[in-house]
Write a protein that binds this ligand. Structure first.
Ligand code: ZN
Length: 248
């Protein structure tokens, strides 16, 4: 029963690496500029994102599926909600809206087909000790796309139907690529952390894309993409916040 081997809580003493802070500022800026394209926004702790990037790289070549919870004691401040809510903003679209996501647990790993399979009867029993029987399900889910854009597949859209919150995808472009060469042939809206300048520097004449970060696993990171979507099919905007709940 492989799932037992991979379930573990993510540690709380996380650090945010400097290169990621700069990238999160850029990402948040795009979230602000494009706020009118989204019906809602979800807030995530930047330390948690940092940890998810590392866990995603550690699990290669697998994808990981992560259950996410919001912290009921960390409601986003009204002023930030007002700042990032667009013209089409809707209240009560999903569970945990307005609360910062800062808890995560890896619940499965596998390829793009098997990663979503969460046998509910096993997990309900397994989580009941730590989470209590009524909290056995997670509010949100995130899974990784190693060397592929963060754009939902049909399997991803199907899996999202059971999610009370939002589904998130973390796309990681890295080298050395190992058995997973960068796969780019996907249609959809992208939300990249690599800025326009970095992309230009990669340009026509360089043999590989620019490096935006270096992971403790030894990987060079060339791009990070992050999206959230609602089970009804529309995108949800994302804002990364620091430990005080302030957007980077
Ligand atoms: Zn996927």
């Amino acid at each position: 029963m492989r799932i037992f081997e991979v379930i573990r809580a993510l540690t709380s003493n996380r650090m945010v690496e400097e290169w990621l802070v700069d990238l999160m500022r850029g990402y948040n800026n795009t979230s602000l500029q494009s706020k009118n394209d989204y019906a809602a926004v979800v807030f995530m702790d930047g330390k948690l994102l940092n940890q998810l990037i590392l866990d995603g790289l550690k699990a290669l070549p697998d994808e990981i599926l992560v259950g996410l919870d919001y912290n009921s004691e960390r409601e986003i401040h009204d002023s930030f909600l007002t700042e990032f809510a667009g013209n089409e903003y809707a209240d009560n679209l999903f569970a945990g809206q307005k609360y910062i996501i800062d808890e995560a647990m890896i619940v499965n790993r596998g390829d793009s087909y098997s990663v979503h399979h969460l046998p509910e009867d096993w997990t309900d029993d397994m989580f009941s000790a730590t989470r209590g029987s009524r909290r056995s399900r997670f509010t949100h889910f995130l899974h990784t796309h190693p060397n592929a854009p963060a754009i939902p597949s049909h399997a991803d859209a199907d899996a999202a139907q059971e999610t009370p919150g939002v589904d998130m995808i973390l796309g990681l472009r890295f080298s050395p690529e190992g058995p997973l060469p960068w796969f780019d042939d996907v249609e959809g809206r992208r939300r990249s952390f690599a800025d326009a300048e970095a992309k230009t520097k990669g340009g026509l004449f360089s043999r590989r894309p620019p490096v935006i970060g270096r992971a403790p696993t030894g990987h060079f990171i060339h791009d990070i993409q992050l999206i959230a979507f609602h089970k009804r099919g529309f995108g949800i905007n994302i804002v990364l916040v620091d430990e005080n709940g302030i957007p980077y």
